[in-house]
Structure formats: structure tokens, C-alpha cells
Design a protein around this ligand. Structure first.
Ligand code: TXA
Ligand code: MG
Length: 339
């Protein structure tokens, strides 16, 4: 199939209308959001959703997030919305927070991959919002990458992974946040964080003091146990190069890394000039948001160095750092070196 490229700028309105019309007629369109690019399809159209799973090579048991453009749309797809979720929506929507509720049953079955629940978010990227509004349907959209590879933060990442496999790509800017949305479930008591993102645990606990953090966030889920967020059980984001996450302060990391052979370092900007082996920087030690923004594009570049191993300096597990750590520990296949 030929993948249409929809550019913005002067042809903005035309491209948005085209994207919306494609989506209404059951096609798959990659769209920018503030977190990562998403591969969108009508959440009401079973056939269209199947195309999304097929294009990504996504496991059938991993449900999709439904994207809405105004709060009332939530009631089309979800029910039993608790007050705490309404407060979260007021504070964090539009934005990088996904909330899991009981479903109304209007969305196609495969959106929820057999669960009775549905994950919903209202993105803040104005292009994403405009496309949802113009199509006037909730859009199911997983990240627009081949399953297992790093999530796409530019339209070019999407083109690399999915050209020829989807109907169109909307060429927006690089994503602001860089890691996927925070996912919390209101279908358990107390509510639980399933995936960390730019809306932090600390911020959420101001509204939900007893919010728990799923054990799959920081450790490898046990094979035989049912995981609450199916996406968390898969190996993800991994370069082909043997990858390790390294915990320790800058002094320890620099000393460790300079004694490694045939290896690549992924480090903070502040450490770069003291590292004597090939290296990639992924933002500043003191700015977790900069790490989130860079992490996936850096992971996409690792293999081009052709080294045997890559050692990635781990961020802190607080604030947005927790989201970056969560993606990196998966990229490293849970191999952690503690200095
Ligand atoms: O930022 C984002 O969330 C991006 C952009 C495109 O919006 N989307 C995204 O989708 O990251 P995806 O499919 O890559 O990740 C969806 C995550 C998975 O971990 C999945 O298991 C979880 O959300 N999820 C979806 N529906 C769920 C449900 N009903 N219950 C529990 N987890 C669910
Ligand atoms: Mg994904």
C-alpha cells in the first residue's frame, strides 16, 4: 500500500480534513501527539482496529488507548467515572494522562483486547485534538512504531517503521514530552499506576493519596502472573546491541565506562567530555524532561554505532525520571548494573 504523506503549514486545513476523512472511512493514520506519534483508527470500527494491530505486529492481547477531544466524549466509551478521575481530568486533560475505566461497550471489542475496561486520554497536541474533533469519533491509537521498537517521537521515525503498512502519516513537529502517557487504572481499589509518564506519581498523589504503583513498573513481570497493564509484560524499545542500565553517580559511571571495550555509552550531557569511548548524550542530569524528550531517538541510534554492548546511565526514579527509567529498564531487558 502507498502511505500518503500529509504536510501541515500552508496545507494545514486540507491535511487535517483529509486525515479525518480517512479515519472516518476505516483507514489508519499516524498522528502527532504531545507524547509520541500514535497510529490512529476509529475506535468504533473493528476492521480498522485490526489493521492497526497488523501494521504494528502488535500482540492481540495488548489493548489500545482511546483518544478523545472533549470531556463529554468520555461518556461514549467509559462508565462509572469516579470523582477522583474527574478531578484528574480537570487538572491534567488535555495532557499526557490515560485513565482506565469500565467500558460502555460501544468501542470495537479488539480495542480492549478482551478486557471489560477501556483506557482513555485527551491529548494536548493541537493537531491531534483538531483531527479528533474534525473526524468527530474517538480514535484508538497505540504508539506508531513496529511493536517492540522505540516509540516514535518524529514523523520520520514513523515513516521508517510503517511506510507502506498504513494509509497516511501527518507530518507534525517533534513530540514535546517524548515518552508515552502516564496510565492509571480506576478499576481497582485503590487506583493503581500502570505506566509512569510525564504526569508524575507525586502529582497524582495530591489527588489520589493512596495511589499504588504496579510492581511491573520497575521490575520484570513474572511469566505466570496476570499483569494489569498487558503492555508492561513485553520486552520493549530494545536496541539489537546488548544493552545494560547502569545505576550510580556521575563519578562512578565515568570511571566504569572508561574501562569498557567495544562499547557505547549513553550518558548525560554533563558527563560527555570526560568519557573516552563512543557516546550518545540524552539530555541533562538536572532536567528529567530533557531526558524524556531524547530517550527514544537516542535508543533508535544505538545500533548504528556497531558496538557489542551499550551502557546507559540510569536517571533517578523520581518525577519524570521514573518514566524514563521504566522505558530504559525494558530496553535493557531488565539487565541492571549497580555501581
Ligand atoms: O502517550 C500515549 O499513551 C501514546 C499516544 C499515541 O497517545 N499511546 C500509547 O499507546 O502509548 P500504546 O498502545 O503504545 O500503549 C498503551 C498502554 C499499554 O501499556 C496497554 O497495555 C495499556 O496502555 N492499556 C490500554 N488499555 C488498557 C486497559 N483497558 N487496561 C489496562 N491497560 C491498558
Ligand atoms: Mg507502544
Amino acid at each position: 500500500m502507498k502511505t500518503e504523506q500529509l504536510f501541515l503549514g500552508e496545507s494545514y486545513r486540507e491535511s487535517i480534513t483529509r486525515a479525518a476523512n480517512l479515519l472516518k472511512s476505516g483507514k489508519t493514520v499516524a498522528i502527532p501527539t504531545e507524547t509520541v506519534y500514535g497510529l490512529a483508527a476509529s475506535a468504533y470500527d473493528e476492521k480498522a482496529i485490526k489493521k492497526v494491530f497488523l501494521a504494528k505486529g502488535r500482540p492481540q492481547d495488548n489493548p489500545l488507548i482511546v483518544h478523545i477531544s472533549d470531556f463529554n466524549m468520555l461518556y461514549d466509551v467509559a462508565k462509572d467515572i469516579p470523582d477522583a478521575a474527574k478531578i484528574c481530568a480537570e487538572k491534567f486533560w488535555p495532557g499526557p494522562l490515560t485513565m482506565v475505566f469500565n467500558k460502555t461497550g460501544k468501542t470495537a471489542d479488539c480495542v480492549s483486547a478482551g478486557l471489560d475496561t477501556v483506557a482513555v486520554r485527551m491529548p494536548s497536541n493541537p493537531i491531534a485534538l483538531d483531527i479528533i474533533k474534525t473526524s468527530d469519533i474517538p480514535l484508538a491509537a497505540p504508539s506508531a512504531n513496529i511493536s517492540g521498537s522505540p516509540s516514535p517521537t518524529t514523523a520520520f521515525h514513523v515513516k521508517n517503521d510503517l511506510d507502506g503498512k498504513i494509509d497516511a502519516i501527518v507530518f507534525g513537529n517533534e513530540c514535546d514530552v517524548g515518552v508515552e502517557s502516564t496510565v492509571i487504572s480506576f478499576c481497582c481499589e485503590p487506583p493503581r499506576l500502570l505506566r509512569p509518564g510525564a504526569v508524575t506519581v507525586e502529582e497524582l498523589r495530591e489527588i489520589i493519596p493512596d495511589l499504588t504503583v504496579d510492581s511491573a513498573v520497575l521490575s520484570e513481570p513474572k511469566k505466570d502472573i496476570k499483569v494489569e497493564s498487558p503492555g508492561m509484560k513485553y520486552k520493549h524499545y530494545s536496541p539489537k546491541t546488548q544493552s545494560y542500565l547502569v545505576e550510580g553517580d556521575s563519578k562512578q559511571f565515568i570511571e566504569f565506562i572508561n574501562s569498557q571495550e567495544n562499547s557505547l555509552a549513553v550518558c548525560f550531557i554533563e558527563e560527555s567530555k570526560e568519557i573516552n569511548i563512543p557516546k550518545l548524550t540524552y539530555g541533562s542530569l538536572n532536567d528529567e524532561s530533557s531526558l524524556a524528550k531524547e530517550v527514544f531517538s537516542v535508543l533508535r541510534r544505538v545500533d548504528s554505532f556497531g558496538n557489542e554492548k551499550v551502557f546507559i546511565h540510569a536517571p533517578s526514579k523520581t518525577g519524570v525520571g521514573l518514566a524514563v527509567y521504566n522505558r530504559l529498564i525494558r530496553a535493557a531487558g531488565f539487565k541492571v548494573i549497580k555501581l
